[in-house]
Design a protein around this ligand. Structure first.
Ligand code: DX5
Ligand code: ZN
Length: 230
């Protein structure tokens, strides 16, 4: 089942509660936390996540683009995030951190920047509920999808299948009506979309459209008719 996680990075930060309501029907709300160090951009922190979690029924999917996630990630669970993603490149002890996030009651997820190979983390996958394969360099919304990441998405899904893992595979960056099908055919099942949702006049319709495209592509994938893109 394809899930859509609209990124509020492309929403109006002065009206976050209303912007969450604008995507009613979305599976998650993707909250990009940037610290100005791990990425060259600064967004919001745990107090805003807490306020947002109290004002929307959509579960929050927090993507931490920060240094020292080992120290800060638990705060985001306490602030109400139902899924917390830390970056592999920033975590000092990713297994311990994933276990801590799970113990606090959230889904634990790890993200890989475009240049970070998934194979390095094969043994860690069972500790995670989701792997995020970045399809742009993290830091900014509205960038072009890096289609050279498609083989990595396929390899990530193969590793999950090899180990019989039920975990989710998220893609983030440049996901739109033009690219969502390729991602789903490669094996992704959670789709973050910022500008392609909030940049339209009807964000809820954009979410429905992306989900439908993703589900059709996933059906082609399981039928083995993915157009040779596997
Ligand atoms: C980028 C963020 C993304 C961003 C995606 O570093 O992690 O979540 O909001 O925006 P679009 O969908 O516009 O590429
Ligand atoms: Zn993100």
């Amino acid at each position: 089942m394809a899930q859509i996680s609209p990124s509020i990075l492309s929403a109006d930060f002065a009206r976050l509660a209303a912007e969450a309501e604008a995507v009613t029907g979305a599976d998650w709300l993707h909250v990009d936390v940037m610290d100005g160090h791990f990425v060259p951009n600064l967004t919001l922190g745990a107090p805003v996540v807490e306020a947002l979690s109290k004002s929307t029924g959509i579960p929050l999917d927090c993507h931490l683009m920060i240094e020292e996630p080992d120290r800060w990630a638990p705060q985001y669970v306490e602030a109400g995030a139902r899924s917390v993603t830390f970056h592999a490149e920033a975590a000092a002890a990713p297994v311990r951190l994933a276990r801590e996030i799970r113990a606090l009651g959230a889904r634990a997820s790890m993200a890989l920047k475009p240049a970070t190979p998934v194979e390095l983390y094969e043994d860690l996958l069972p500790e995670l509920d989701m792997l995020l394969v970045m399809t742009v360099e993290p830091g900014f919304g509205g960038q072009s999808f890096l289609d050279i990441m498609l083989p990595k998405i396929r390899r990530a899904r193969q590793l999950m299948d090899k180990h019989g893992l039920e975990m989710w595979l998220q893609v983030d960056g440049g996901v739109s009506a033009d690219t969502v099908e390729q991602c789903a055919e490669a094996g992704a099942d959670v789709f973050v979309a910022g500008s392609s949702v909030y940049g339209t006049d009807d964000p809820a319709a954009a979410v429905r459209g992306l989900r439908q495209q993703a589900e059709e592509a996933a059906a082609r994938r399981s039928a083995g008719t993915g157009g040779g893109t596997r």
